[in-house]
Design a protein around this ligand. Structure first.
Ligand code: CA2
Length: 147
C-alpha cells in the first residue's frame, strides 16, 4: 500500500479557531480524521503531522526518504519564503503536492510566490479542507501513472 505524509506548517494548528472567513471552521484534527477515513477508502496509508518550526518540517521531509511514496505539504507561510524546505523536498526524492486551503493567487501579491511549487508535481489551492482529500486522490493517481 502506498504511504503518504500529510505535513502542515506554521499556524495551521489554529485552523478552525480563527479567521474562519479565510480558512473555514474545520479544525486540523477534523482534517486528520477526514484524511484517515479517505485513506481507507482509496487504499493508502497516511502519516499526519504539523509543526510551527521550519527545521522540524525539514526533518519530517527528510524522514520520508526511502520510506514513504508521496508528500502532501501545506507549508503555510514558509511556502513563500523557504528555500530550505524546497531543498529538503528535492533531497527526499519523493513526489510532493503543494496544498493550500485558500486560493493564494486571489490574495496578497507575496502569496503568489512559491518555492515549493518549483519542486512539486502540482499545486492544489482554494478548496478549503476538501483540498486535502483532493490532494490524496491526485497523489494516488500520480503514483498509478508512474507504474
Ligand atoms: O491557505 C493556506 O492553506 C495557507 O497555506 C495558509 C497560511 C498562509 O500563510 C498561506 O499563504 C496560505 C497561513 C496559515 C494560518 O493558519 C491559520 C488558521 C486559522 C487561524 C489563523 C491562522
Amino acid at each position: 500500500m502506498p504511504g503518504f505524509l500529510i505535513l502542515n506548517g506554521p499556524n495551521l494548528n489554529l485552523l478552525g479557531t480563527r479567521q474562519p472567513e479565510v480558512y473555514g471552521r474545520t479544525t486540523l484534527a477534523d482534517v486528520e480524521d477526514m484524511c484517515r477515513a479517505h485513506a481507507k477508502e482509496i487504499g493508502v496509508e497516511v502519516e499526519f503531522a504539523q509543526s510551527n518550526h521550519e527545521g522540524a518540517l525539514i526533518d519530517a521531509i527528510h524522514g520520508t526518504r526511502g520510506r514513504l511514496d508521496g508528500l502532501i505539504l501545506n507549508a503555510g507561510a514558509y511556502t513563500h519564503t523557504s528555500v530550505a524546505l524546497m531543498d529538503a523536498i528535492s533531497s527526499a526524492e519523493i513526489p510532493a503536492i503543494e496544498l493550500h486551503l485558500s486560493n493564494v493567487h486571489a490574495r496578497e501579491e507575496f502569496r503568489h510566490t512559491s518555492y515549493i511549487a518549483r519542486v512539486a508535481v502540482g499545486v492544489i489551492c482554494g478548496f478549503g479542507a476538501r483540498g486535502y482529500t483532493l490532494a490524496m486522490d491526485a497523489m494516488k493517481s500520480h503514483l498509478d501513472s508512474l507504474s
